[in-house]
Design a binder for this molecule. Sequence first.
Ligand SMILES: Nc1ncnc2c1ncn2[C@@H]1O[C@H](COP(=O)(O)OP(=O)(O)O)[C@@H](O)[C@H]1O
Ligand SMILES: [Mg+2]
Length: 608
Amino acid sequence: MATISERIKKFRRNLNLTRTLQLIWSIAPGLTIRAAIFIVLESVLWFGTLIMLKLLIDAVAAKNTAGDNYISVMLRYISIAGVISILYSCIKSISSYITEYLGAKISLHVDERIHAHTLELDLTYYERPDYLDILKRAREAGAIHPYAVVVNLFDMIRNFFMLAAVGSVLVTIDWMLMPILALFVLPILFVRVKFSDKLYEWQRRQTPLERKSSYLSNLITGDSSAKEIRAFSLGRFLLNQFTSIRNTLISEQLQLNKRRTLVEIITMVMVTSAFYAITAYIVFGTLKGETSVGDIAVFLVIFPQTFTIMQAFAGSISRMYQSNIFVANIFELFDLGSTLFKPKTPKPVPSGENLDFSIEKMYFNYPHADEPTLVDVSLKIPAGKIVALVGLNGAGKSTMIKLLCRLYDPVEGKITMGGTDIRQFDISEYRKQVSTVFQDFVRYNVPVSDCIRYGDIEGEFREADMKEAAKNSGANEFIEKFPQGYNTMMGRVFDEGHEVSTGQWQKLAIARSFYSPSQLIIFDEATSALDAKSESDLFRTFRERIGNRSALVISHRLSTVKHADYIYVMANKGVVESGTHEELISRADGVYSKLFQTHSARPVAVSE
Ligand SMILES: Nc1ncnc2c1ncn2[C@@H]1O[C@H](COP(=O)(O)OP(=O)(O)O)[C@@H](O)[C@H]1O
Ligand SMILES: [Mg+2]
């Protein structure tokens, strides 16, 4: 059990709005000021109607002493009250419009910042399920909670002004009334805060399960799994799992809500009974004394209203509190930074085409993996050379490519470009020097020309180069058959999209890497889906197709590998052999010779 002082400390910490307000201020300072002004106006006008009401009641009470004049006095009060009321309604509507506008703006920007921040984070994070939990919670919170903090903060301010207004009337009757009312709403506030904390803790606990249910939902409804789910009749099975998780989650949440509702009802009943007991006591007390009808009338109107406003005040505090703890989810994401080394003053990337790439005594562990994936790997890609990399599945080839792209940093050893450790360069400048066709490349559902120009999105679009890249990859053959040629929409996600085969998609990915102005082209099994003719055409004249650039080609096919200037063989987390094709094949008991059974008429695709 937390002690009271601990509770208060936690309450204060969770109510600390500084960071949330800084965030909101940085997004929309002008709009926030405007919204605040309108809220003050609204409160002042509301107070105005209240004053007019009191004056009117006093005028009615003083009717007998006022003489004939009272009708015109009352008419004046009524018309002023009417005008103020109309103004109040108008200002109130404008005020809600501004708040709504502010809300939309905040949600939009926070969402944008969440997306921008995830781009800053390195691939390491995607190995961590807890990061995916943080990301999910931040994205959910981004859409509603910062906005809710603002709305409730304004509500709180408005209620505070109203409370001050009615309070100033109420203290003229008895100064004790306000503290008594405050005492009444505290238990309600306490209950709500307590359940906000519980809801937050519950949500944090449940995120992995929530993510599992989203994962299942995507499998069941998503387009990339649609084929297999049907072919293997997996739908029902997955749906049952999905439903069971949803049921667990919803029933737990309902349980929590049920408890909260019950405790709230009990508290409300007690508090409201006490409130009316006090009202009765005061009314009778006042009746015994010499109080005017006007005073009693004011008391009977104002006292319950103050109670209502006080409840609304407490309500806005508790809602603001709840939203603010959920906003913490966004800051949890914002507090994560890239784990990749960042030099204070990056070295300029050398220009020119004579850049050697070299891997020196490199060790690498995937984060959270028990065993190293690469141990003492050294390899060279001299400028302008074509280097091949072969090895069984799981040997570590793709891992090495990710390190070459600087998606991870080595644990020990280094990678150099032109003799400089690549960690000394600005990361995005360095990445422009390497263009990779990944084993699991992306099928962008965009027009063909975009699909290729994504290889150099920061450079100006060069149409001739784009077509040249398509020609060099062999993609031009199918693109030119499309009625809209290079303007054709790819994929089936959007209207008039054209779906093509995996091999054709692969050719587009190859074209993308050719279009890039990089020094090094990397193919990670990039031609695995190409037909034999396309592949042999590509590699027969590979040198001309890549120009002066260097290339690192991973392939399981001998016909591809043997064109390389130099070959590395990977096994057991490192390089075990290297040499030219002739050198390697001449070692009868070497790994390379065993990988490619040269006596076979056809090249054999090696797999485990
Ligand atoms: N994201 C990852 N997290 C942890 N281990 C990984 C990850 N990706 C690959 N591995 C491990 O690293 C080893 C090498 O994988 P990879 O480099 O993809 O092999 P290859 O491309 O040679 O087939 C594999 O044994 C695999 O289990
Ligand atoms: Mg691989």
